[in-house]
Design a protein around this ligand. Structure first.
Ligand code: MG
Ligand code: ZN
Length: 232
């Protein structure tokens, strides 16, 4: 194929891509504006019921469910959970063992929770009977950052097995967190974890976030997390 022709093809593909991206951006803006309205409605419901709400975020497998299962057992507050997953009810079933109300949202492939989904879940809960509501988001450090659910605070769980540079790779998520839980610290030695580097990376992205070093599995450091939950 002559050189000029090849060039033309790539240019036309590029312009088409730009045009389509423009459309995607517009649709996204519309979705986020709508989400914000639902989020404010949720926030008003939480306030009226006197329930504090924590949006819990992480990559898949960082330990959100284990963290919440222990928290629900040990924290002397009336708590409930809304848990989002792409598919299955496994996490909800694990959390229900703590004897608290749990609503599972199966997103059917959507990789984040939206405020409207949470609003539907709230219809199935007696908010007045709760002091605290955890929203366990879908395991994903990218788009959940853009969706306000009406929460009071965001907790990002960052497992030490994920590598010290996670905050630098997903700055948007880490920037919006009030608390960062460095989880699985009991495995630090086994995986050669560089604690100093990880703490520095969190601070570089979000100097205001409270950083808690915990092991949800062994219970190490969990008291500081409970203090955070009770102190807000
Ligand atoms: Mg989970
Ligand atoms: Zn998503």
């Amino acid at each position: 194929m002559p050189e000029g022709e090849l060039k033309n093809i790539s240019l036309s593909l590029l312009s088409q891509e730009v045009e389509e991206r423009g459309k995607v951006v517009q649709v996204e803006r519309g979705i986020l504006a709508l989400n914000q309205r639902w989020a404010e409605e949720n926030r008003a419901r939480f306030r009226a019921a006197g329930v504090r709400v924590i949006n819990v975020l992480s990559s898949p497998g960082a330990g959100k469910t284990t963290l919440l299962a222990r928290t629900l057992k040990e924290l002397p507050l009336r708590a409930g959970v809304v848990v989002g997953d792409l598919a299955t009810q496994n996490d909800a079933e694990r959390l229900r063992e703590a004897g608290v109300p749990v609503v599972q949202i199966e997103t059917g492939g959507i990789c984040h929770l939206e405020a409207a989904m949470v609003a539907k879940a709230l219809d199935l809960l007696d908010l007045e009977a709760l002091d605290l509501l955890f929203i366990e988001n879908v395991g994903n450090l990218v788009c959940p950052a853009a969706y306000d659910l009406g929460e009071e605070a965001r907790a990002v769980v960052f497992s030490i097995t994920e590598g010290e540079d996670k905050p630098l790779k997903y700055p948007t998520m880490f920037k919006t967190a009030q608390v960062v839980l460095l989880n699985k610290v009991d495995l630090a030695e086994a995986v050669g974890f560089d604690r100093q580097a990880a703490l520095e990376n969190v601070r570089r992205v979000n100097p205001k976030a409270q950083v808690l070093e915990v092991s949800a599995r062994t219970g190490q450091g969990m008291d500081a997390w409970y203090a955070f939950l009770q102190g807000r």
